[in-house]
Design a binder for this molecule. Structure first.
Ligand SMILES: [Fe+2]
Length: 185
């Protein structure tokens, strides 16, 4: 009986790769690219816009989280709370942006070293940060990402699904900007 179970298990293991090979995998085969939504040129533009956005959102989330932990001063609690909401919101969009790129047949790159190299945002200081310094640091970085998103929204008009996602991200970034600026008025 025990041997029978082992044999049955072995044949199941052997059968899995063959079954997997039989499954269509449009996402790994250039020749089957027509199975992926949109034509190649449009997908390329969208993939680039999504990947650049992914790098920036991951970097921005880490900077926001770093600020959430290290902010000091009279505005500590308000900023700690606000930035906690902000990095949580960015986390949801990071996943959506990466998965939209996968839906278009392209891999999503969220490797820490690649993010550091490609987000094209200024670095972030270590240690404790005064509340007014946090506001300045985040304001410039959120503004940069907001401007880049506006450009990408224009570039992805042939792919309204990707464009709609980028508009969602931009709406949230602009709302965060409003809240950051409100401390400085
Ligand atoms: Fe926290």
């Amino acid at each position: 009986m025990r041997n029978a179970l082992i044999i049955a298990g072995t044949s199941l293991c052997l059968a899995l790769p063959a079954a997997a090979q039989d499954m269509p995998n449009a996402y790994a085969d250039d020749a089957a690219a027509s199975a992926v939504p949109l034509e190649e040129g449009v997908r390329g533009t969208s993939s680039e816009a999504l990947q650049d956005t992914l790098y920036e959102l991951i970097a921005l989330k880490h900077m926001t989280h770093q600020s959430h932990w290290n902010v000091t001063g009279p505005l500590f609690y308000s900023l700690h709370d606000l930035l906690g909401e902000a990095y949580t919101g960015l986390g949801g969009y990071i996943d959506q942006v990466a998965e939209r790129k996968r839906a278009l047949g392209a891999p999503a790159d969220g490797r820490p070293a690649a993010v550091a190299q490609n987000a094209a945002l200024p670095g972030f200081p270590e240690g404790l940060l005064a509340d007014d310094e946090v506001l300045d640091l985040l304001l410039t970085r959120y503004e940069t990402v907001s401007e880049r998103l506006q450009q990408r929204i224009g570039e992805t008009s042939d792919d309204p699904v990707t464009q709609d996602l980028l508009i969602d991200v931009a709406r949230t970034i602009e709302k965060d900007l409003w809240m950051i600026r409100s401390f400085q008025l």
